[in-house]
Write a protein that binds this ligand. Structure first.
Ligand SMILES: [Zn+2]
Length: 509
């Protein structure tokens, strides 16, 4: 993802109240994970091709093969060179270590390859990699600056992260003012003190890190850092579990960042799937005092959220920004919340965010107890009887429903119309696909890929990720890759369509 597109995309996200991507790499990865190819196409992802996996007549070197591909109009990087010895290779690397800042996209290194194709063939491959190519990764740039103070940030899970405030310094093309210090152990290990001059590096993440202290510049009487013992957001005494590096704020139901974390989990795709709400929008609703727990979402109306505003204070050289929920946004949010009332009970259970109750556990619990009331009433002995439910999960479920605030939340969700039991529409299905394995590939018309996979499991079938001779069916949607298709055909695995699959699981079928 070129820098220009990355910046455009982030501007667009900020305008609609979504959080910006941290860096182009995250933005590209996030784009590829989207389910809708039309949306992906809007983001101008690009690529360079770098290898022709085939011998061409008369072409004896890798360089010539790429040149030929370029003549054919394929997209090949202009930045390559033939080097005759190690000195030339190092010169090229050093050159680009400085020059890469001027490229319109990010690179993290350079690949060095054997040019002669017959030598490439002789060298061959290890199980994973060619022996004739190796990557040189640029060393992270390092600078020295003053550590002025330390802030403590509370994350969505309650984990507390110390963040260093630095005297602003230029690093790899950006001004760095803050750096992560990770946790109390790292602070002790580095022996960082206030007023120290520290070495800062930029790794793969957007937030740079402190990697060491210049002891020669330490001021006299500098005292070791004392980690805070109370949550900076809600003043609760922090806890540190045995064997864990992080300090946690245990006040999960009323510590602001943790509430936001729970709301974000609730609306996420595999939970209630309210995709018209995102991190930024949740934050806005929370900051306006409209949503303090997940049940509050169902009290929102078009009128209460229309025109909601957030002012982003002006930064150096930039104007103050105003985000607001316009008609279309407000409409979509309300619609998304309303639709979530159809989400089946197992996913609702997962969405509640009970510790250790992931997707699979939620399904098992829902299948066994059928209703939230029976689950709430379940004893420890009953819970551990359920397949795959151990002590840890059982305790966590009991603890969760012991709290009146959680039981009250469940009541409010139920009153709002959220599914709190397995209904007629979603009974435990006859195991029509018992013993059959499926590979699901491509995009489907009437179901999302996750829905198809859920159907397979619900009817007793198994999802597998790659095609083998043991696969019973390949369920193919639009855009299934040609390689998969060829593999299924060569192994004689039947390829079926969405309709054929639906027939298989309909009672008549
Ligand atoms: Zn807290």
């Amino acid at each position: 993802m070129p820098h220009e597109e990355f910046e455009r995309l982030n501007r667009e996200r900020e305008e609609i109240g979504d959080n910006p991507f941290a860096n182009p790499r995250n933005a590209a990865a996030g784009s590829l994970k989207m389910q809708d190819p039309k949306e992906v196409a809007k983001r101008k992802l690009d690529c360079f091709l770098y290898y022709i996996p085939h011998n061409l007549e008369g072409v004896k070197t890798h360089y010539d093969a790429l040149k030929y591909a370029k003549e054919l109009g394929l997209k090949i990087s202009d930045n390559m060179a033939i080097c005759r010895n190690m000195t030339q290779i190092m010169e090229y690397i050093n050159d680009w270590n400085r020059g890469r800042r001027h490229l319109p996209y990010d690179i993290d290194g350079i690949v060095i390859k054997v040019n002669d194709l017959s030598l490439q063939q002789q060298l061959g491959f290890t199980t994973k990699n060619p022996r004739w190519a190796i990557a040189y990764k640029f060393k992270a740039e390092q600078v020295e600056t003053l550590l002025e103070s330390i802030d403590y940030q509370v994350g969505r899970t309650g984990a507390v992260t110390p963040v260093a405030n630095l005297k602003p310094v230029q690093l790899a093309g950006t001004t760095v003012k803050r750096a992560s210090l990770h946790n109390a152990d790292i602070i002790a290990q580095l022996d960082v003190r206030l007023g120290d001059t520290v070495y800062v590096e930029k790794g793969g993440e957007i937030i740079p890190k402190i990697v060491g202290v210049n002891l020669h510049k330490r001021p006299p009487h500098a005292e070791p850092v004392r980690f805070i013992d109370r949550c900076p957001e809600c003043d609760t005494l922090l806890v540190r579990k045995e064997g864990e590096a992080a300090h946690y704020c245990p006040n999960e139901d009323s510590c602001p960042p943790q509430i936001k974390g729970k709301l974000e989990h609730f609306i996420s795709r595999k939970a209630m799937n309210i995709d018209s709400l995102g991190e930024g929008k949740i934050e806005m609703l929370y900051d306006h005092g409209l949503v303090k727990n997940v049940a509050d979402l169902y009290d929102l109306t078009y009128k209460t959220i229309l025109g909601l505003e957030k002012v982003i204070p002006a930064e150096e050289g930039k104007k103050e920004k105003r985000l607001s929920f316009r008609e279309k946004t407000a409409e979509n949010i309300i619609k998304g919340i309303k639709q979530s009332k159809n989400v089946p009970f197992p996913r609702v259970l997962y969405a509640l965010g009970i510790r250790y109750v992931g997707e699979t556990v939620a399904k098992k619990l829902a299948a066994y107890f059928k209703t939230i009331d029976r689950l709430i009433a379940a004893s420890y002995e009953e819970l551990v009887q359920v397949e795959e439910i151990g002590e840890k999960i059982a305790e966590s479920v009991i603890l969760f429903f012991q709290k009146p605030i959680h039981r009250d939340m469940v009541e409010r969700l139920r009153t709002a119309g959220v599914q709190m039991e397995l209904t007629e529409a979603q009974p435990l299905e006859p195991q029509l696909l018992q013993g059959k394995s499926f590979v699901v590939s491509g995009v489907f018309e009437r179901h999302s890929r996750d829905e198809i996979k859920e159907l397979i499991e619900r009817f007793g079938g198994k999802n597998v990720s790659s095609i083998s001779s043991k696969t019973d069916y390949v369920l193919a949607g639009a855009n299934m890759g040609p390689a998969k298709k060829a593999k299924a055909e060569s192994l004689g695995v039947p390829i079926i369509s969405e309709e054929e699959f639906e027939a298989m699981i309909s009672r008549k079928g």
